[in-house]
Design a protein around this ligand. Structure first.
Ligand code: HEM
Length: 489
């Protein structure tokens, strides 16, 4: 072999660089193309064109687990990602949600911490599904705002039957803006046509061994067979008041949901996934979702977790996808015309014409009398800031870490409660440190005495007494997965 064998060198050099970094979270995923059709019911709330009646918009959806690496099994107990890219006529709108309506933390600065606690222990690098669980339970028993998300993970929601049978939630509260500039606050919900279904734990474990690609295969095979999965998109609508609360619930607290009995989910469109990816790397691996991909008519709120996410996605993608031009990768390209004045940089694919990449300009056929960039770009809804020194102090409700956990627990059927007890018992038994199990039992005592006693018995430990007065809550039948069907059926 000689150095002059340049074909060999080029081929091997390219091969040497075939891998890109996997996502720091949600590394394991599967995706599909489809179409969103607006019902027109949201046009009185939002000026977004893709919500108009019968308007069809191409979409790409990526489903994922959170903690596992790219090659991990699909059916582990975990939260699932449900991220949708709408290629609208007004630019790209990304709805980057999960299959659980609440999140672990209230403040973005804790995100690296909760993920470090859930990823494999640094010494042995064995995923916690198979090994020590001490760091996860240490975190959630110390940062008790995480107890709500955790009980959803311990329920059947943590082991979905299929991506096709998952609900999706935007989690945060968003702001919709209509033609007249009037605003409402909303929470987004995806409801699966097939209903919500889960595996039982034994099935999940068997599937993880026998077919680690269980969910990826299910999605691909269903679409190839013409059994196109379908979801209805809906919103819970709340008045946009200065307090940003509804029925006493802080709408900026991502560890809380609003029960559907208090604010029904109003359908605004439906989505069908009918095309599998042509190339996994090009599409599923390179797709880049970002909460800042908004269209006129949909805006963010001051939820402190949401604000942190606005920074994180673009930042991580600069590394993961190698520089500032990843929006030019085919799966990320808007389908609407773009005139963003962004220029040059690594991996520039566009051959930009003209000499005046600024706005307004009097060259390149521009009109110097036109408004500047700020007036052309996406316009934020102005929010008045009155309180000093913080923009908005967290209300006392941010400190209530248990009432909705209790609401969730009491809403379950007896079968679902048995599954939750078994899951807590099994997972906590994997902790080496007894002090951590005892601390988590203290949290369970604040949720419900039966739940706490049953898990304590399973662990061979005494059941502690609650540290708080257990709140009065009204169970919500909607939260139980049993018997859920397609809206309108
Ligand atoms: C992916 C950060 C909270 C849903 C990611 C990624 C990062 C990240 C860095 C990888 C993105 C990429 O490489 O392209 C954060 C931070 C959070 C947060 C800092 C809190 C401060 C959430 C919440 C949700 C969520 C609350 C759900 C509502 C997702 C989904 C993905 C993802 C679905 C996968 C997107 C895909 O399929 O490519 N997140 N995240 N994240 N996150 Fe978050």
């Amino acid at each position: 072999m000689l150095l002059q064998d340049h074909h060999l060198r080029e081929k091997i050099t390219h091969f040497d660089h075939e891998r890109i970094p996997e996502r720091v979270v949600h590394a394991r995923g599967a995706g599909a193309h489809g179409t969103f059709t607006g019902y027109g019911t949201a046009t009185k709330l939002s000026r977004a064109g893709f919500l108009k009646k019968n308007k069809q918009t191409p979409v790409f959806v990526r489903f994922s687990t959170v903690l596992g690496s790219r090659g991990s099994a699909d059916t582990v107990r975990d939260t699932r990602g449900f991220a949708t890219k709408f290629y609208t006529d007004e630019g790209t709108f990304d709805l980057v949600g999960n299959n659980i309506p609440v999140f672990f933390i209230q403040d973005a600065i804790k995100f690296p911490d909760v993920i470090h606690a859930g990823k494999p222990h640094p010494d042995r690098e064995i995923p916690q599904a198979q090994s020590a669980h001490d760091t996860f339970w240490d975190f959630v028993s110390l940062h008790t705002e995480a107890q709500h998300h955790t009980i959803w993970n311990m329920s059947d929601r943590g082991i979905p039957r299929s991506y096709r049978t998952m609900e999706g939630f935007g989690v945060h509260t968003f702001r919709l803006v209509d033609d007249a500039g009037e605003t409402v606050l909303v929470k987004f919900h995806w409801k699966p046509k097939l209903g919500v279904h889960s595996l039982v734990w034994e099935e999940a474990q068997l599937a993880a061994g026998v077919d680690p690609d269980f969910h990826r295969r299910d999605l691909y095979d269903a679409i190839e067979a013409g059994a196109y999965p379908e979801w209805e998109l809906g919103v819970q609508v709340f008045p946009d008041t200065p307090e940003e609360t509804f029925a006493g619930i802080d709408l900026l607290d991502p560890t809380k949901f609003v029960p559907e009995e208090l604010a029904p989910v109003q359908p605004i469109g439906s989505m069908v996934l009918d095309r599998t990816p042509t190339n996994y790397h090009a599409e599923v691996e390179q797709v880049a979702f970002h909460l800042g991909h908004l269209v006129p008519g949909i805006d963010v709120t001051n939820d402190p977790l949401l604000q942190g996410r606005l920074f994180s996605y673009l930042d991580t993608q600069l590394t993961r996808l190698g520089g500032p031009n990843f929006h030019q990768i085919p799966i990320n390209r808007p389908h609407a015309p773009v005139n963003d004045m962004l220029r040059d940089g690594m991996h520039q694919h566009a051959v930009h014409g003209g000499v005046a990449p600024y706005h307004p300009n009097s060259l390149d056929g521009g009109n110097p009398a036109e408004a500047g960039d700020a007036d052309h770009a996406f316009a934020d809804v102005p929010v008045t800031v009155t309180e000093a020194p913080k923009i908005r102090q967290s209300p006392a409700s941010f400190d209530d870490h248990y009432s909705q956990v209790r609401l969730f627990w009491l809403s379950m059927t007896p079968v679902e409660q048995e599954h939750i007890i078994s899951a807590y018992t099994f997972e906590l038994a994997k902790c080496y440190q007894q002090a951590i199990k005892e601390r988590q039992l203290l949290s369970l005592a604040n949720v419900d005495p039966v739940l706490c006693r049953r898990v304590a018995t399973g662990l061979g430990l005494p059941a502690p007494s609650p540290m708080i007065e257990l709140p009065e809550v009204t169970p919500s039948p909607v939260l139980s997965q049993l018997g859920q069907t397609w809206p309108g059926d």
